[in-house]
Design a protein around this ligand. Sequence first.
Ligand SMILES: NC(=O)c1ccc[n+]([C@@H]2O[C@H](COP(=O)([O-])OP(=O)(O)OC[C@H]3O[C@@H](n4cnc5c(N)ncnc54)[C@H](OP(=O)(O)O)[C@@H]3O)[C@@H](O)[C@H]2O)c1
Length: 259
Amino acid sequence: MKPTALITGASNGIGLELARIHAAKGDNLILVARSTDKLMALKAELEQKHGISVHVIAKDLSVPDASKAVYDETTAMNVKVDYLINNAGFGDYGMFVDNKWDKEAQMIQLNMTALTQMTKLYLQDMVKRGSGRIMNVASTGAFQPAPSMAVYCATKAYVLSFSEAVNNEVSDKGVSITALCPGATTTGFEAAADMGNSNLFKGSMVASAKSVAEYGYKAMMSGEAVAVHGWMNYIMVNSSRFVPRNLVVKIARKVIGSK
Ligand SMILES: NC(=O)c1ccc[n+]([C@@H]2O[C@H](COP(=O)([O-])OP(=O)(O)OC[C@H]3O[C@@H](n4cnc5c(N)ncnc54)[C@H](OP(=O)(O)O)[C@@H]3O)[C@@H](O)[C@H]2O)c1
């Protein structure tokens, strides 16, 4: 039987490229996001090209218990999820004091709560079976506090810390959890976070979604705990450990800029 990969946020960007990679490997797919049209188009493309089976679940994961609804749907279908990729997420740019609470509350729910609930539900099945791989998409922003993206980077610090800890807990159970940490990547992220004024997406260092997805796939398949995409990002996140914390925050503010 073909393995099945469940990918959240598969309608665009990194998640869409991860769906293409899994499809090319011959994996069946469960694709989750809000944009039904985009998911249906991707289903048609991948089924036709690779002879796999793709199931679409159109769901807003920022609604409480949406992850449970996804889990119940796949359980009712009797599908065994071999790879869980918690990729859906978004950011918000600007000073915390000015930004809108509704967007921040949705972000916290999606980036942290939905990801955590999804991990718990599928991890329990994986541990019972003694096999499975999970990828949680964090960010290089997980490694330091970031003025102008205070809430977003805090959610990603949570994803990184949570993923590393639980990966350790299940390390002898045949299951791995990889925290993928991309830097700035060309996707719908910049627009969704309203980052038009930021320096972050201006340099030549901005990665393609395809290269991040390929890197993340390999890291997940080899069971790496933390995978930072790009050597400059790797140096940056590690060097922050040797610099006083208040200076790290100041540098982060300069790099990210402000509205
Ligand atoms: N791009 C970057 O620079 C960057 C850097 C570091 C980390 N990341 C992380 O990478 C992950 C993927 O983002 P991306 O860069 O590929 O951005 P993207 O192109 O905007 O894709 C985000 C995906 O998440 C889905 N999504 C958003 N809100 C959702 C909701 N409420 N319920 C269900 N799905 C939702 C979107 O689909 P719908 O709109 O159809 O729901 C879309 O498929 C995110 O976790 C992001 O934080 C991105």
